[in-house]
Ligand binder design. Structure first.
Ligand code: PGA
Length: 252
């Protein structure tokens, strides 16, 4: 029996203007006001963080950012630091999302620096890992994930690791409508938990939440959540509409 609190997180990516984001958040607050057994997080774009925080701060919904820079401050035009997003009301920050790895050169070493920066800024990192379609087809899934994990969490203490959330997001399932079968996801989640047990310890591995991400919808969340090592979801497209997202949150 899983004793980890399930978590459903919404990654809004580069969608929603400030008023749209605030309206969305307001609707979501009223739709999920009766939920107390699932932790909810939404990650709007940077520009909407403070506006959304004003709307959700009295609710149980947590705020997350989608990225951060690894330095606290400095001459890094266009970048945002952990201290800044923390001051905007964020509790979580998504790190190493495959879109950042794919389009913005986010290599494992940077993921590691960002995780450290997040922890230094009192933010809880949501660390994303996942294999591409060709890596899965050539049976490299586990070795790719092991490398991403090894380098990503290098140097972390037990306590630091324990405050993180992992998101397994097979790249081929993100925004494509293709979902990993619940069995494929469970197999990877179990593998990741074993990795954590070996690299850290069994207690840490048992306490860490491992979310699944990739075309999660109201129609497939129930089955995913029925599996022992799937502790929640990181939802992209289906988190943009509050009605749909609330159905995922109320998967039970
Ligand atoms: P998706 O995105 O739900 O639209 O597939 C998931 C993600 O990128 O986090």
């Amino acid at each position: 029996m899983r004793n980890r609190t399930p978590m459903i997180a919404g990654n809004w990516k580069m969608f929603k203007t400030c008023p749209e984001a605030v309206n969305n958040a307001r609707t979501l607050v009223s739709l999920v006001s009766d939920v107390d057994d699932v932790e909810i997080m939404i990650a709007p774009p940077f520009t909407a963080l403070t506006g959304v925080f004003d709307v959700i701060s009295q609710s149980a919904i947590h705020l997350g950012a989608q990225n951060l820079h690894w330095e606290v401050e400095g001459a890094f035009t266009g970048e945002i630091s952990g201290k800044m997003i923390y001051s905007a009301g964020c509790r979580y920050v998504i790190i190493g999302h495959s879109e950042r790895r794919q389009y913005f050169g986010e290599i494992d070493e940077r993921v590691n620096r960002k995780i450290n920066a997040a922890l230094d800024a009192h933010l809880l990192p949501v660390i994303c890992v996942g294999e591409s379609e060709s890596e899965r087809e050539s049976e490299k899934t586990f070795s790719v994930l092991d490398k991403q994990m090894q380098k990503g969490v290098e140097g972390l203490t037990l306590d630091q690791m324990g405050s993180a959330v992992i998101a397994y997001e097979p790249v081929w399932a993100i925004g494509t409508g293709k979902t990993a079968t619940p069995q494929q996801a469970q197999e990877v989640h179990e593998h990741l938990r074993n990795f954590l047990a070996n690299r850290f310890d069994e207690t840490t591995a048992q306490n860490i939440r491992i979310l699944y991400g990739g075309s999660v919808k109201p129609g497939n969340i129930g089955e995913l959540m029925s599996l022992p090592d799937i502790d929640g979801a990181l939802v992209g497209g289906a988190s943009l509409d509050p009605e749909t997202f609330s159905k995922i949150i109320k998967y039970k």
